[in-house]
Design a protein around this ligand. Structure first.
Ligand code: 5GP
Length: 114
C-alpha cells in the first residue's frame, strides 16, 4: 500500500476537485497547474500503486482502463488527439506517489518529449 498522498485524499473526498469522468476504478480531474490547454490527471481509486511500473506489473487491466479514460477525456475536452505522460520516480519528476496519467490535449502546438 502506498503512503497516503494528496491523490489518496482526493479519492477519499477530503480534497475537493472537479470530477470530469469517473468509472468504478478510475477518476479524472483537472491538474491544478495546467501545462497545456487541457491538462487532466487520470488516477486509479486504489492507493496500492505508487507509479506506472508498479501498476503495469500488478494490474495491467487497470492501466488499460486509465488509457481508455484518457482517450475519452481527449475526445470530450479536446479534438481527440492527446499526449499521455507518466513520470515514474522522483528522478523523472514524479512528485505524487499515487500513479497518475497526465492527459495533455486541446491544441498542442508542437511535438515534445519533455
Ligand atoms: P507528477 O509531478 O507527480 O507527475 O505530477 C503531479 C501533478 O499533480 C502536478 O502536475 C500537480 O500540478 C498536480 N497536483 C498536485 N496536487 C494537486 C491537487 O491537490 N489538485 C490537483 N488538481 N492537482 C494537483
Amino acid at each position: 500500500m502506498a503512503a497516503e498522498t494528496v491523490f489518496g485524499k482526493i479519492v477519499a473526498g477530503e480534497i475537493p476537485v472537479e470530477i470530469l469522468m469517473e468509472t468504478e476504478r478510475v477518476i479524472a480531474f483537472p491538474d491544478q497547474s495546467p501545462q497545456a490547454p487541457v491538462h487532466v490527471l487520470v488516477i486509479p481509486k486504489t492507493t496500492e500503486y505508487r507509479d506506472v511500473a508498479a501498476l503495469a506489473a500488478g494490474d495491467p487491466t487497470l492501466l488499460a482502463e486509465m488509457v481508455d479514460v484518457s482517450q475519452r477525456i481527449a475526445a470530450a475536452h479536446g479534438d481527440g488527439d492527446f499526449r499521455l505522460l507518466f513520470n515514474n520516480g522522483a528522478g523523472a519528476g514524479q512528485t505524487v506517489f499515487h500513479v497518475h496519467a497526465h492527459v495533455l490535449c486541446g491544441g498542442l502546438e508542437e511535438r515534445s518529449l519533455v
